[in-house]
Design a protein around this ligand. Sequence first.
Ligand SMILES: Nc1ncnc2c1ncn2[C@@H]1O[C@H](COP(=O)(O)OP(=O)(O)OP(=O)(O)O)[C@@H](O)[C@H]1O
Ligand SMILES: [Mg+2]
Length: 397
Amino acid sequence: MSEEENKFTIDKINNCYRKFLHDKSRYLLLYGGAGSGKSHFAAQKFLRRMLDEQNHRLLLIRKVARTIRNSQFSLIKSLIYDYELENKFRFRESDLTITNSENNNVIISVGVDDREKLKSIHGITSIWIEEATELDRKDFTQIDLRLRNRTGNYKQIIMTYNPVDANHWLNTSHPKEAVIVKTTYKDNQHLDDSYIEVLNNLKDEDREYYDIYALGNWGVLRNIIYRPFEILTSHTTHYDEIIYGLDFGYNNPTALIKVKIKDACFYLEEIIYESRLTNTDLIERMNKLVKNKSDAIYCDPAEPDRIRELEEAGYNVHSANKSVRDGIDFLKSRKIFSRPENANINKEVLSYSYKADRNGNILDEPVKFNDHALDAVRYAIYTHCRNRKADLRIRRI
Ligand SMILES: Nc1ncnc2c1ncn2[C@@H]1O[C@H](COP(=O)(O)OP(=O)(O)OP(=O)(O)O)[C@@H](O)[C@H]1O
Ligand SMILES: [Mg+2]
């Protein structure tokens, strides 16, 4: 199909990536600052190949299979709709497959955590690994081996990631012949102003963060706040209580986290993590996702109007305790468990840091970036436990 027959024209691709649309190197590494359009371009390149080439079996990979649905899969699907190509494609949500009905090219998905499925996949013609820093070198070697068969088209592994840790193998021992493309938000002509402002503000928040997420340089975050939460693949099914934490956003994501409590341990479950939700959208989502309206929801105290609206919609909402430092210290002393599919909690916890001033002195405040899920977790656990203690004290009197 020619590029003119649909809305997927070359001008839809950010300038800096255009020359890589037909790049055939075996490894195409797209890294750099936040919001630079890496994922968008990887999705566009896959879609272009699905339309223009034949006999494709393209593979989407992330560390955790269950995080593919809301990232790579939904991105490619939304591009297909944006470009009005939906009549040409079939989507199978059950196993995250996209088929071009005209030429039978197919995109399939697998997580590195699904080792059996990964081993059984054959005939792959190219691969896109999203958030590739989640993978270790061994994972990558295994995947690389899967792409050894003969095909008519060029075989390529695209990897997209942020340069969060200078000691990562993607910096120190990536394949030598890789084509490496470094981009920053400045390369993305489609980024909204509010996000640019968030990235620019990092300059005054923390140099290291600014360096990594705005300038796209490999860095080392030194003032990480939490040790990563222990990850359990299955959580117990009986709980003493269920509570929620809610961080409001619009340009930033709104995060709703469910916290299940059992024997003074906390089990986290990501329910919503999505940008551009109005309060009406949020309530609509919550009506589907929050089973019991009487469970306590501890909300971002900065938005009393939104809290009131949730109350009017029948939710048991509370304004969360504001003291950040005490909340963090409390969480650090608790047993908190995450699970593999909590992609955003697990990602945020790896970079959530205290600010440092220009002389490198650690300040008492966290950097305000990639903190939405963790704020929600803190609102829930700290406020709930504090209120409980206060209750007990009152009853004793
Ligand atoms: N070619 C494009 N056309 C329209 N919107 C785009 C394009 N490229 C990027 N965007 C938008 O810019 C934003 C950032 O893009 P994207 O998520 O691809 O960046 P990224 O580099 O993968 O970011 P991160 O490092 O956070 O993963 C998204 O909202 C995306 O929809
Ligand atoms: Mg991305």
